[in-house]
Design a protein around this ligand. Structure first.
Ligand SMILES: NC(=O)C1=CN([C@@H]2O[C@H](COP(=O)(O)OP(=O)(O)OC[C@H]3O[C@@H](n4cnc5c(N)ncnc54)[C@H](OP(=O)(O)O)[C@@H]3O)[C@@H](O)[C@H]2O)C=CC1
Ligand SMILES: O=C(CO)COP(=O)(O)O
Length: 309
């Protein structure tokens, strides 16, 4: 919807032909974005080759755990790829652009991230995001193609920092939700999120990104959005865990992914490879794995004072 608002003809691709036909007929993505009619500039298809034909850009908006499989199933294309997913792939411990690099090494690639609940962007409410790539021409092109006065796109040359921000904030959002759900208060949540930002920042630097990126839209900005309440899928999941709901029950019936669930163990392992400890993310991973109780996790989330801050 934002790409169409910016003046483009848009092909919305989904892997499921029946779903594509239903969306096209009703002119609404009733499962994921109910109540937001598709504008006439948007066509719907389940044929990736049709969607990619003549495309200036492809926006990849599937959960990180499915990004590799989706790209492997796509036809060859020279179209620049802009990944919107936020997380770390389990098993390989790769970040989204590293997955693109492995599967489509020749494709120009960028990452789009920031404090952007999809339903607000879709409605045209004001928002800002960062579009990061090592490829300056792609940054410019994507900014021109997707930006509008109400959707402000900042170009960034630290894609690693932007990806770490998007991945880590989903895990910290689960932690913040657990603190809220357990009734520990606003002071505790603010302390947790601030220490979470320090973790996000440490990992960014360890992986070759810049600390200032952690303080930008993709780091602090997205933490501010997604650690306050049930509007975030990750925070709402954490809230249920904090109230003592078992993970399987908390996940049951959810339509949309909470990326922090798969990302928590993966980001801890990736950080360990880089020689970095992430105590909050590790507590979330253990809470999700059932190896820590909520009470124990709460202790671990806030009771690890460090001397460096
Ligand atoms: N929603 C939001 O506000 C924001 C989300 N993001 C990020 O975007 C990514 C996607 O999130 P979101 O759209 O909310 O997730 P949802 O769970 O709401 O939707 C997932 C989408 O991915 C599709 N999908 C799942 N598996 C595959 C697959 N194997 N091949 C092709 N398509 C697949 C689903 O299609 P199907 O119905 O066929 O399964 C569906 O369209 C995540 O990384 C998230 O962190 C980033 C910013 C904001
Ligand atoms: O990344 C998001 C907004 O920037 C969406 O957050 P949730 O996946 O936690 O809902």
């Amino acid at each position: 919807l934002q790409a169409a608002r910016a003046g483009n003809a848009v092909a919305l691709w989904t892997r499921d032909g029946t779903r594509a036909a239903a969306i096209d007929q009703s002119r609404e993505n009733a499962l994921y974005l109910p109540g937001l009619p598709l504008t006439p500039a948007i066509t719907v298809t389940a044929d990736a080759a049709t969607a990619l034909e003549g495309a200036l850009l492809a926006l990849l908006v599937v959960p990180v755990q499915h990004l590799r499989g989706m790209l492997q199933a796509w036809p060859a294309t020279g179209c620049p790829l802009v990944v919107c997913a936020k997380g770390v792939e389990r098993g390989t411990l790769r970040l989204p652009l590293e997955i693109l690099e492995a599967v489509r090494p020749a494709a120009p690639a960028a990452v789009l991230s920031g404090p952007n609940f999809a339903h607000e962007v879709a409605r045209g409410l004001p928002a800002a995001a960062v579009l990061a790539s090592r490829d300056a021409a792609l940054r410019r092109l994507a900014g021109e193609v997707l930006g509008t006065a109400g959707f402000r796109l900042y170009g960034g040359d630290d894609p690693m920092g932007v990806q770490v921000g998007g991945a880590a904030k989903n895990v910290i959002a689960i932690a913040a939700g657990a603190v809220i759900g357990a009734g520990l208060g606003e002071n505790a949540r603010a302390a947790l999120v601030t220490r979470g930002l320090a973790e996000l920042s440490r990992l960014t630097v360890a992986l070759g990104g810049r600390a200032e990126t952690a303080a930008g839209l993709s780091g602090l900005g997205d933490l501010l959005l997604t650690t306050t309440g049930p509007g975030s899928r990750n925070t709402s999941l954490g809230m249920e865990l904090g109230r003592g709901t078992p993970l399987a029950t908390a996940l049951a019936g959810r339509v949309s992914v909470a990326e922090g669930v798969e990302t928590a163990p993966a980001i801890v392992a990736r950080a360990a490879e880089a020689g970095v400890e992430l105590p909050i993310c590790a507590a979330v991973a253990e809470l999700l794995a059932g190896s820590l109780s909520v009470g124990e996790a709460m202790g671990r989330l806030l009771a690890r004072p460090r001397r460096d801050e």
